[in-house]
Write a protein that binds this ligand. Structure first.
Ligand code: PLP
Length: 351
């Protein structure tokens, strides 16, 4: 039998289990498990729409945000069409493209870990149906500035749907829900993808949603599996929305820990750029392979891309201290003074 894992920091999960109120709602739903859920999840879509301050016909619900992404591809792809995305990115995207008989076209990230919007645009052609922008980006945590995103969206041809993956938006601290209806109206070819798996800590329950113009959302909803959204997960999401302010405090704690982790890693000699998701990204030429080995020895699971990088999910304080202790002995080659010494501002600090 393998050595037991101490901290699971490999999948950008929340370190927190469901709140007592959410657990209670799930238990009540379990007692009704002999009943089917709604044929289509209209009630949940309405509740999410109210919370996001958009019209109910602007919301599509799916089995995790990855499920909504698949529904989008099923709706807009044709065999042989292409989907353009940055690489690296969330591993599921090329898999989803293959599932619908499409070709994934990877476009390299910049050396600083940013999506190269000009290169993404240059890769679009008459056969492209979808381009993915992940904001904040997985695995690097980089984010696309509002102005750059607007300029990009203006240049994407209308036959291409933009999948704007905001799985980590709550950790970026700058989402203004009052802007969403105007944004969706201005961009009928954009689907904003969100999830209850990350900030809301319900990864096991598989609920995500897409926000888009009604015509696009209607096409996505046509791909909805009947009875496909389970009742226990629906109850948990509704209870989480009622506990929104409590859950936001957890997000604030994770953001504070992310900044502490980054600054302490910088002070240890690692060159960690600001990140806006619930993770930190260590990149080569820093000693990422040695770091991965040290973390494995410390019984910490992280996401290791050999020779390239190491994505460490922000855990609770104890987990983060274990990460710092494991990485402390591995100083990267000096390439400048420490970030905190330069007094750089702390991005995404809790509001
Ligand atoms: C960028 C990104 N999008 C989507 C997902 C999938 O989330 P969900 O659990 O909602 O399917 C992940 C999960 O790690 C992710 O990193």
């Amino acid at each position: 039998m393998g050595v037991p894992v101490l901290h699971r920091l490999a999948l950008n999960e929340s370190p927190y289990p469901p709140l007592p109120s959410v657990r209670k709602a799930m238990q009540q739903a379990v007692a009704e498990a002999h009943r089917y859920p709604q044929f289509y999840p209209d009630e949940l879509a309405e509740r999410i729409a109210e919370w996001c301050r958009v019209a109910p016909d602007s919301v599509a619900v799916g089995s995790g945000s990855v499920g909504v992404a698949l529904q989008l591809l099923q709706a807009v792809m044709e065999p042989g069409a292409t989907m353009v995305h940055a690489w690296r990115t969330f591993d599921a995207y090329p898999l989803l493209a293959t599932m619908v008989g499409a070709h994934a076209v990877p476009v390299a990230l910049s050396p600083e870990g940013h999506q190269n919007l000009d290169a993404l645009l240059a890769a679009l052609d008459h056969g492209t149906r979808v381009v993915v922008v992940c904001n904040p980006h997985n695995p690097t945590g980089s984010r696309v500035a509002v102005d750059a995103l607007s300029a990009f969206l203006r240049r994407v041809p209308r036959h291409v749907t933009v999948l704007l993956d905001e799985a980590y938006v709550e950790f970026a601290g700058d989402a203004d829900p009052s802007d969403t209806p105007a944004f969706l109206a201005a961009h009928p070819n954009v689907l904003v993808l969100r999830t209850f798996s990350k900030a809301y800590g319900l990864a096991a329950l598989r609920i995500g949603y897409g926000l888009g113009a009604p015509a696009l959302v209607e096409r996505i909803r046509r791909q909805q599996l009947p009875f496909g959204i389970n009742a226990v997960a629906t109850a948990a999401v509704k209870a989480s929305l009622r506990a929104d302010s409590e859950l936001r405090l957890r997000v604030d704690t994770i953001v504070t820990e992310r900044e502490r982790l980054r600054h302490e890693l910088v002070d240890l000699g690692w060159h960690v750029r600001p990140g806006y998701a619930n993770s930190v990204w260590l990149a080569a030429p820093d000693p990422v392979d040695e770091g991965a080995a040290a973390l494995t020895d410390a019984r910490v699971l992280t996401r290791h891309y050999p020779g390239e990088g190491l994505r460490v999910t922000v855990g609770d304080r104890r987990a983060n201290d274990t990460v710092l202790a494991a990485l402390a002995g591995l100083r990267a080659p000096a390439r400048g003074e420490s970030l905190s010494a330069r007094g750089e501002p702390v991005p995404g600090a809790p509001r």
